[in-house]
Design a binder for this molecule. Sequence first.
Ligand code: SAM
Length: 287
Amino acid sequence: MAEVKIARGWKDYELLMTGDGQKQERWGEYVLRRPEPQAVWPLGKSWSLPHAVYHRSKSGGGYWEYLQKIPAKWQIQYKHLKFNIEPTGFKHTGLFPEQAVNWDFAMDKISSVGRNPEILNLFAYTGGATAACASAGAAVCHVDAAKGMVARAKNNLALSGMAGKPVRFIVDDAIKFVKREIRRGRKYDGIIMDPPAYGRGPSGELWKIEDTLYELVELCAELLCDNPLFFIINSYASTLSPLLIENIMGLLLLKPLGGSIETFELGLEIKDTGMVLPCGFTGRWKK
Ligand SMILES: C[S@@+](CC[C@H](N)C(=O)[O-])C[C@H]1O[C@@H](n2cnc3c(N)ncnc32)[C@H](O)[C@@H]1O
């Protein structure tokens, strides 16, 4: 089996059941069911009663059906980090729990250097990695194209009592921002990116991962300081593979800088069957 890293440190999150293209999860005290393309096997029994179910509509998007009383927003905790969970119109909840594997790695690397490294977090969404890195002592630059996501990231940081931490929040297109940072001569100790398969920058800049990932990593390599800590690329895009990420990192990081690369699938353990749900994959370069 390809290497899989499973986020096991959660108390406030559990993947309860999967099947028939859906997954049922516990987020703190509330249970949600939503579509999951990877859950192709039959459930083979009836679902237990959740608080809400997400239904896809034929015209794209969808809606939540509420079966039990549930707040519009609530908090959950991962170790010392707190996050708002807020079901959105696109079945998202505001957090990717499988990413805890990468949060732990970054926290470990940052807290072991005994200085305050600079970390760049691209496609940073609601700031899971940003909060993790800041909590370990890093100064973080959090970049996302969506104003609403950056606002949610700020709220999450404050929720963990870290509103005063050195975090720069930037609403911008990832490639445009990186090119500007190169012109400014800025350097980073670590870079994290979790690009979607397809996305748009604030001014409609098109992001298509197959077409743009290599260029972005090549540009980001120019932002690394002389003695960088790590470079993380995460992807959910079904059109890519861990091997592809390994090749990109091999050419653009390993060859010029040495160090080592590891690629692996991310997974979440399914409570009722013990199977592991595939949740994308990550490539990590470290010195
Ligand atoms: C899958 S989410 C990232 C998840 C995040 N890394 C996490 O673990 O919490 C993708 C994010 O990319 C942002 N995005 C999409 N296109 C972008 C672009 N061209 N430049 C910057 N951010 C973009 C979206 O707003 C979204 O927040």
